[in-house]
Write a protein that binds this ligand. Sequence first.
Ligand SMILES: Cc1cc2nc3c(=O)[nH]c(=O)nc-3n(C[C@H](O)[C@H](O)[C@H](O)COP(=O)(O)OP(=O)(O)OC[C@H]3O[C@@H](n4cnc5c(N)ncnc54)[C@H](O)[C@@H]3O)c2cc1C
Length: 370
Amino acid sequence: MRVLICGGGVIGASIAYFLGCRGVEAIVFESTGLACAASGKSGGFLALDWCDGSPLEPLAQRSFALHARLAREVEGEWGYRRLDTFGGLAGSRRHLRHHGNSYDIEWLSPSVRVEQRLGSTDSTAQIHPAAFTAAMMRAAQARGAELRRGRVTGVARRGDAAKVTGIEVDGETIEGDAVVIAMGPWSILAAQWLPLPAVFGLKGHSLVFETGTRLVAGALFIEYREATGAIQSPELFPRGDGTTYVCAISSETPLPVDPADVNPDPGAIERLHAMCSEMSPVLASARILTRQACYRPITRDGLPLIGRVPGIEGAYVATGHSVWGMLNAPATGEAMAELIVEGAAHTVDLSPFDPGRLPPLHRRASTRPL
Ligand SMILES: Cc1cc2nc3c(=O)[nH]c(=O)nc-3n(C[C@H](O)[C@H](O)[C@H](O)COP(=O)(O)OP(=O)(O)OC[C@H]3O[C@@H](n4cnc5c(N)ncnc54)[C@H](O)[C@@H]3O)c2cc1C
């Protein structure tokens, strides 16, 4: 069996890994660069129970456990570590009277009120997203998978159009037994080829600072009021490699067709830097290593699309993981491999994520052969 995976983000790499564990040949097609998008530019924060009470709960619980197992079993170093997580207030809300505990985090400005413990080493963790995605892909390659540079432009279908037989990549047809769409927000392109619901991109900005060993481990979620009154939700993650990642400032700037064309919005990086400088003198004086933006893949109902493409044999999709794609990649990869190889997922119930629950973006995509 040969599985063609479109998209070399954390979801595509994780599916390839779990297929490799089952002795199945997988080829990942990536147009721009492995983990070039959100899978290389996200926070890499993981939580055991923050999805509890939602349909994501079993996927997140399974994934959190798999992350710990992968850190032990897969070769490579991607900064996996458990940590404490705190919440607080900053910016022009700092005058607010605070209630409850106050945690003293010495690298923050005294004006930042850290009032809540949101997680502990039992329930929260972090990874370096690009390093994790690369390690999963390397581990997949060690089990027979291939990573190919190429832009997928369509799927090939049998004459009656009810079965996929391959994909179109840079003008060439590549044959396979199954095709998985895992192109993050660019999966919307595949809605022209297959009866898939819409997937959108929600942009976020981030900075990576060189902070050395000055910042202790611990994730921070801050509610920050800018001088304009706008509320931002910066997330700060000191990493074990001596860098600190901070993201905030979402925007609805449209997704560019080419992943290589994703750039920060004008002024967004300066606003984020101003926020960081006010929150921490350490960040104010630290060298900035990376200024970047990326898009979360989101769906109309906020849940991912994980499963078979309705009515088209051999076609699958795994995308729309929104803010939890790094967390939920392992259980998604595992369940997709089970679905493709064994006909059903048994580690996680995929029914809440059935792509057929939402209407296809283009109805004609269900019948149109390429
Ligand atoms: C600012 C920010 C912070 C985040 N923080 C966290 C976090 O702390 N924890 C967490 O769990 N999640 C987080 N996320 C969410 C997470 O990053 C995403 O859900 C996840 O990376 C999505 O992975 P993906 O593989 O579906 O998509 P992507 O990473 O977007 O990968 C899709 C890939 O497909 C490729 N591609 C596109 N078109 C084609 C084509 N035609 N042919 C071939 N390849 C193509 C792209 O180049 C890209 O590499 C964050 C997201 C953002 C934006």
